[in-house]
Ligand binder design. Structure first.
Ligand SMILES: Nc1nc2c(ncn2[C@@H]2O[C@H](COP(=O)(O)OP(=O)(O)OP(=O)(O)O)[C@@H](O)[C@H]2O)c(=O)[nH]1
Ligand SMILES: [Mg+2]
Length: 450
């Protein structure tokens, strides 16, 4: 897997906490230094590294690990969320009605990636995919693309003898443009010279592409940032594919530099074969990098008996009539690992949360929301988390900007909280539930007005 070196170093950093029971300043500093070295080694830029380590350091000191959670797990979780934050939220792609223009410098992997993305689309969405070879400079480009896609049902259009790339695109779209997805490979150069600029702009106009993907070799490192900016000015890059992550230990440079330009990473290439492509989702990527399996594994890190303790605490909060965003988050976390919660949940009215039969899909959705909500909530003040009703438009705007999500997503979080709060009220009104709760936990104020 890509970035093996970083993985080893990060595990080493966290290992510093092994066997420790208390967080002391010296240990946190040591962790932070080790983390910094790991990131710099993987070519993350100095500013990003500084910000990330400072955040981890601060959160290590300010945030209590949940009872029963080992310090190293706690640190790992913090590093995980901070790395996901750096790499940005995943980029959704519409499955059909797409014309995708692939652009990039010479030799970065455009043609290979064109084939990879075409085949990914076909496999993933079962749609009709066609590619157009519009590189009139690289000899044999058409043959290369045809060979890569041999044995797949992807249609390949090209005119090996034509010198006018725009013309090929125009003819190609006439011929194969009724496919659900059309992907166009273009020529690369050492740098973006005048001729290539004009040609690209011409192709972009002819193609009326819905997506413009920049293909960039991970070896380029942090220079990926300026390259992305240049292409962005020219054709408006909508997504980036970072290739050859398998071939470098320093892929963090390209990944983080690209993420910082606002042209989100949509795929990563991890090998020469057509199937060596992965849709990029920072949370999954980072959890794999840190050896945590998938996200669910991360959330499940706490021992089972702890759930009961948390459940009790949350129940008490619910009965006391307070329900903050943090409570909602805890509740969602528990719902994500509902297996250990059935004692509590069996008391709820049927269908209250759709608990009885939560599908894997629903659980996954919760995990996804959890991640997003966590990032959003990190940009809120304590007061906002405690009193979500103060969240009006200017605060929402600030939070959206701070957490790199849309305002709509922040509003979704608030709407979710509102719904959960109403459910809590209903639960409180349920006599049987209250009686049962009283026998489960010691609630003094159970008869307070609702
Ligand atoms: N290891 C590895 N090799 C890759 C990856 N992507 C592309 N390559 C290799 O990189 C080389 C260049 O790839 P191409 O797809 O021809 O690059 P290009 O950008 O189309 O090159 P030009 O058309 O010459 O500008 C080829 O040998 C590919 O097999 C990857 O993700 N991993
Ligand atoms: Mg090529």
């Amino acid at each position: 897997m890509a970035l093996d070196g970083l993985k080893r170093r990060l595990l080493g950093s966290v290992g510093l906490l092994k066997g420790k029971r208390e967080i002391d300043e010296e240990t946190v500093k040591e962790l932070s230094r080790s983390l910094r070295r790991a990131l710099i080694e993987a070519d993350f830029n100095v500013r990003q590294t500084k910000e990330l380590t400072e955040r981890v350091e601060r959160r290590m000191i300010e945030e209590e690990p949940r009872p029963g959670t080992k310090l190293e797990t706690h640190a790992m979780n913090l590093i995980y969320t901070e790395l996901v934050r750096v790499l940005g939220p995943p980029r959704e792609i519409r499955p059909h009605n797409q014309t995708v223009l692939m652009v990039g410098l010479y030799g970065q992997g455009k043609t290979t990636t064109t084939a990879k993305v075409a085949d990914w689309w076909r496999r993933k969405h079962g749609v009709r995919v066609a590619v157009i070879e519009a590189d009139t400079h690289r000899p044999g480009a058409f043959q290369q693309l045809t060979q890569l896609l041999e044995g797949t049902s992807v249609e390949v259009y090209g005119e090996p003898d034509e010198k006018d790339a725009s013309k090929i695109v125009k003819n190609g779209l006439k011929k194969v443009g009724n496919a659900d997805v059309v992907i166009i490979d273009t020529a690369g150069r050492d740098s973006l010279d005048g001729e290539l600029r004009d040609e690209l702009v011409g192709i972009a106009e002819t193609a009326k592409a819905t997506e413009r993907f920049l293909v960039i070799d991970a070896q380029v490192g942090q220079a990926a940032g300026p390259v992305a900016e240049t292409f962005h000015e020219l054709v408006g890059v909508t997504g980036t594919v970072v290739t050859k992550l398998d071939g470098t230990a320093r892929g963090g440079g390209a990944l983080s530099a690209v993420a910082a330009t606002g042209a989100p990473i949509v795929f990563v290439g991890e090998g020469e074969r057509v199937q060596d492509l992965e849709k990029f989702e920072s949370d999954r990527f980072i959890s794999r990098l840190l050896g945590m399996g998938d996200i669910k594994g991360l959330i499940d890190l706490t021992p089972e008996d702890l759930d009961q303790e948390e459940a009790m605490r949350l129940t008490q909060r619910m009965m006391s009539g307070r329900f903050t965003l943090t409570d909602m988050y805890t509740q969602m976390e528990m719902m994500g690992k509902i297996g250990t919660m059935d004692r509590l949940m069996s008391h709820l009215p049927d269908g209250m949360f759709g608990m009885g039969s939560m599908s894997t899909g629903q659980k996954k959705q919760i995990q996804k929301n959890l991640e997003k909500f966590r990032v959003i909530m990190d940009s809120m003040t304590q007061h906002e988390k405690d009193e979500p009703l103060v969240l009006k438009s200017s605060r929402i705007r600030r939070i959206a900007r701070g957490s790199g999500v849309t305002e709509k997503e922040v509003k979704e979080l608030i709407a979710h909280w509102n719904r959960s709060r109403k459910q809590m009220k209903m639960i409180k009104g349920n006599r049987k539930f209250r009686r049962d709760m009283q026998s489960m936990v010691d609630i003094d104020d159970v008869d307070l007005p609702m």
